[in-house]
Design a protein around this ligand. Sequence first.
Ligand code: DNO
Length: 403
Amino acid sequence: MRHTWRWFGEHDVVALEEIEQAGAVGIVTALHHIDNGDVWSVEEIKKRKRQIATKHDGKRTSLHWDVVESLPVSEDIKKQDGDWRDHIANYKLSLENLAACGLETVCYNFMPILDWTRTDLAYRLPNNATCMRFDYIDFAAFDLHILKRDNASEAYSSEIVSEAKLRFDGWNEPHQKKLANNIVAGLPGANQSLTMNDIKALLATYADIDEQRLRDNLFAFLEEVIPTAERLGIRLCCHPDDPPFSLLGLPRIMSTEQDYAAMIKAVDSPANGITLCSGSLGAHTENDLPGMMKRLGSRVHFLHLRNVVLEENKTPGSFYEGEHLDGNTDMVALIDAILDEEVTRKAEGRADWEIPMRPDHGQDILDDLGRKAQPGYPAIGRLKGLAELRGVERALASVKGIS
Ligand code: DNO
């Protein structure tokens, strides 16, 4: 695997020098300041490349921009509404510009309105570390009593509705505000910060969009952009829904192996690929990550390795972000399948045999607790994850006789 690290640009409190020390060789980043739907110009892309290559003291880093995460798909494209045709033309132009600057791997997602979301950004663990958590009942309480979405109760069982009411009744206003902010304000990389009114207005625009329609719109988007990507030598890779189930009554269509199999079949090109995020997909009890890697591996262009601890016994749908090796995904088996895929690619002579991987998220530990990096993206928690994942990789490679 090629070890990469997500960096949010010059305002990231984790410095490039630290990323080098952590042992990463590649950078994953995006032009977060450009509005969704607009073109990424060659000038802006080159500027980011220069930033990645330069340390604070002006010397060169050893880091290379490996993956774009994400080139966002606008809401208009997802709905085939408003300026969607212009946005598709802009998307193709951005791909042209990225290819002209040497970028080959481009991640995106197709989640309506909300990108990834959590209810708690600093859930305290018994050892005093903190991590991110998604509590299904808290989310329902937000939906039913803070957002007050029309017909929201139809989305939940009667038990969840009454538990959510009990919880909500026990919250003071600051607590309600904090929860709402965690959910709607946009986590790192989401590229947009929404207010409650924005969410309500956006929800109304999705009234006629069910799962089938959203899937048709994804496939239509891919039919447009994949030929461009293929011609440019760009590998697009779709990130899964996080969490992998419907939220706020909205369809989510990239949550399971079947969803990915259907996407790959719809537009059959090596440029139409997958971001295998073991944390997002692992929050769905039925997803078998090592199996997915074995069956869909040839199209996996980017890996996010992390683990979630499901709280199924307490509440289905609730989970917290565990240490990288412990949780719902058998990480050793997953890395084993990844190494096998790399061996196959090498034998086939594929130039992209080495798959970029980033240690996804991390718990806040040690000095992270005071540094306050972007939620989910602390320096030491991720460094620990990367070190553990590399250890497993090195050990398995040695057993397999891979150099
Ligand atoms: C969360 C991230 C997501 C991801 C996008 C991809 O940590 O994995 O924000 O970048 O969903 O488009």
